[in-house]
Design a binder for this molecule. Structure first.
Ligand code: C5P
Length: 409
């Protein structure tokens, strides 16, 4: 499965009557590979080129073609074009025949496809397919120009051999190229497109000997949720992840695995300058043993106690906060058991962060929980409250709020 802006999108695929309709089968499969949910609507003419059964089998949904429901015994049941139009996150008309293009322009809606188009509020893409002279014809040129002016994105036809045997422009773009085109087009409109986001997550382990360490129960869920949310907003995300065994959904993310605070600092420093947004969610150990034994520490019968001398680990957030930054925002997290608001405000200053996200330890929040509730303290004194919700949704809400506040666009 590919990742990108087509993932989990509801796509209405309008198929009109052109020999290129045979490629719709491949387009349905390609869209599904990108994670989209596909509903096919086809014109009557399209059924001469490809059967509804092929498209319904591949899309795993019934194909709609007429206003009247075609199922036996379903007389008087309508395929509701308004519902279909509103259901879709985006509509792709591929192939878009010359006839269908002209109907989209004039508003003629004597078939389900054109009626659905009239009702659709989502972005619409059209991939024309016709013979070269039809494609060159002034009527087609004018229709494509007009649709473009009205906000329909035209996916230009390819140049090559045509069904007529002639060679020229008019071949429908290939299904994989259509998906790439739409994915890039949608991606470019996202607020973090072309920007790097750096996030750290999970615990760190500070080794006492080869088998023992100082660590904590952080799972890395909050940082991963933020990474996913940043990716969905178009960012290239680097996730610096400490040692966690929690089954995180890391597919498609650039992940740098680290163990200790020192390693985490190095990975963060290497990626910091190129990132517009850095979020430190990691529960970094504050202390590390002065020396780590290279062999397993043995208990002796001579004494029943043992002391380990610890030294402070580098404070990653503070180190990044005190490094020069230009057009970059740095966000820290704070987990407190008492007096949280004061500590969070103090950290905003001592770590020179642009915002501190405060979460308090309770059965439903913090380390091992799947849910979280936080308050965000911003440098300008503003305070934002995010009530209890699952961490994935919270990641999205937080990212949306940060983008809104810092407006990189
Ligand atoms: O000072 P405190 O550990 O409470 O601050 C928490 C914030 O600082 C978090 O964002 C955490 O990721 C970060 N931190 C850090 N390096 C440390 C300790 C905490 O970056 N050594």
């Amino acid at each position: 499965m590919k990742t990108g802006p087509l993932y989990k999108r509801k796509v209405l695929l309008g198929v009109s009557g052109s020999i290129a309709a045979y490629k719709s089968a491949f387009l349905v499969r390609e869209l599904i590979k990108w994670g989209a949910e596909v509903q096919v609507v086809m014109t009557t003419a399209a059924k001469d080129f490809i059967t509804p059964l092929t498209l319904s089998t591949l899309s795993t949904r019934p194909v709609y073609s007429t206003f009247l429901h075609e199922e036996e015994g379903a007389y008087g049941v309508w395929n509701n074009h308004v519902d279909l139009g509103l259901w879709a996150d985006l509509m792709i008309i591929a192939p878009a025949s010359s006839n269908t293009l002209s109907k989209l322009v004039t508003g003629a809606c004597d078939d389900l496809l054109s009626a659905v188009y009239m009702s659709a509020k989502c972005p619409v893409y059209a991939a024309p397919a016709m013979d070269l002279d039809m494609y060159k014809n002034a009527a087609t040129r004018t229709n494509l120009k007009e649709l473009d002016a009205r906000g329909v994105t035209i996916i230009p036809a390819d140049h090559g051999e045509l069904a007529s045997g002639l060679v020229g422009q008019g071949r429908m773009a290939e299904p994989d190229a259509i998906c790439e085109f739409i994915s890039t087009h949608l991606q470019k409109q996202l607020p973090l497109f072309g920007k790097n986001v750096l996030i750290n997550a999970g615990p760190t382990h500070e080794h006492l000997d080869p088998v023992r360490y100082l660590g904590n129960n952080s799972t890395g869920q909050m940082g991963t949720a933020l990474a996913r949310a940043a990716e969905a907003l178009g960012a290239s995300v680097t996730l610096v992840l400490g040692p966690t065994n929690y089954p995180l959904e890391l597919h498609g993310l650039r992940v740098i695995r680290v163990v200790s605070a020192k390693e985490m600092l190095t990975a963060m420093q290497e990626n910091y300058a190129s990132s517009v947004l850095t979020i430190c969610t990691a529960a970094v150990s504050d202390f590390t043993p002065m020396t780590a034994a290279d062999k397993k520490l043995k208990k002796t019968s001579a004494t029943s106690t043992m002391s380990i001398e610890l030294k402070q680990t580098p404070d990653i957030l503070a180190t990044l906060g005190n490094a020069k930054r230009k057009d970059q925002k740095l966000i820290g997290f704070a987990l407190e058991t008492n007096n949280g608001i004061n500590y969070a405000k103090e950290k905003l200053i001592s770590k020179n962060a642009d915002a501190i996200v405060l979460n308090t330890l309770s059965p439903n929040t913090g380390f091992e929980s799947n849910t979280n509730a936080v308050e965000v303290f911003l440098q300008n004194g503003e305070q934002l409250t995010f009530p209890l919700v699952d961490k994935r949704s919270l990641g999205k809400q937080l990212l949306d709020a940060l983008v809104d506040k810092f407006a990189w666009v």
